[in-house]
Design a protein around this ligand. Structure first.
Ligand code: SF4
Ligand code: SF4
Length: 247
């Protein structure tokens, strides 16, 4: 026992001080893309052509964060003339349309679904549903339970049974094989309930976009309340979105 206490004193507190204090991510992290509105159209078209996700609208100079995998290909064209990726990890949105952006996202805290704050602001229990994800989204969600992020300190937990949950957190492109299981899980959650689409797969199909084996757009079968883009979303992106949306 004394060894445990000694160890504890030696190691100190490992939990991040975010969101009380800002946090800096490593230099290679790609966060919110900032589009250059003065970019020549020919360069934007070039970027759109190499984008594997068809996420770039070269006419309106916009990027769809619901499709983007943050691969960085478009930033390599003409030395980042069209877009530069910032280190801003605050990417969550309450409306799908908001994710089609030039680098400006509305303040998530000001979303129109304020009743969720009242309902779940003090305690939020989520059931995670991996609907054919590649396991990266799932792993980076799981990280939130480690001492560094310590999600439970905010009153947010992942629970085993949908009967004990206030909503579902969905990852993956929703394969045809997972559709029934997903809908059954959603039905098992008592109302009122929330639906969170995490990762570009659940928002748009992600890398599987266009496949006949997936649903792709979670919103086409369930009413999505919160979108968390990324491939996978950084744990801080998820943490920020959950805190801003519910707290
Ligand atoms: S970073 Fe996003 S927008 Fe750019 S090429 Fe990759 S998927 Fe397309
Ligand atoms: S969004 Fe990316 S990381 Fe998440 S399940 Fe899909 S492919 Fe995997």
């Amino acid at each position: 026992m004394l060894k445990v206490i000694k160890n504890r004193f030696e190691q100190g507190c490992k939990t991040s001080s975010y969101p009380k204090e800002p946090i800096t991510l490593y230099s290679r992290y790609r966060g919110l893309p900032i589009v250059n509105k003065d970019c020549p159209k020919i360069v934007a078209v070039q970027c759109a052509q190499i984008c594997p996700q068809e996420a770039i609208d070269p006419e309106r100079l916009l990027i769809d964060l619901g499709r983007c995998t943050f691969c960085g290909q478009c930033e390599t064209v003409e030395n980042g003339t069209f877009v530069r990726f910032s280190q801003n990890f605050e990417l969550g949105a309450a409306n799908r349309q908001d994710l089609i952006t030039d680098g400006q996202l509305p303040d998530l805290a000001a979303h129109a679904k304020a009743h969720f704050k009242k309902l779940f602001g003090r305690s939020l229990q989520l059931r995670q549903v991996s609907a054919a994800g590649c396991n990266a989204c799932e792993a980076d969600t799981n990280v939130l339970n480690t001492p560094f992020f310590d999600l439970s300190r905010f009153g947010i937990d992942f629970v085993a049974s949908p009967r004990h949950a206030d909503g579902i957190h969905v990852t993956g492109p929703v394969s045809m094989n997972m559709k029934t299981a997903l809908l059954t899980t959603y039905e098992a959650v008592p109302s009122p309930k929330v639906v969170i689409a995490s990762g570009c797969c659940s928002i748009s199909g992600g890398p599987f976009y266009g496949s006949s084996e997936i649903i792709g757009d979670l919103n086409s079968i369930l009413p999505v309340d919160l979108y968390i883009p990324g491939c996978p979303p950084h744990p801080l992106t998820t943490l920020h979105a959950l805190l801003k949306f519910f707290k």
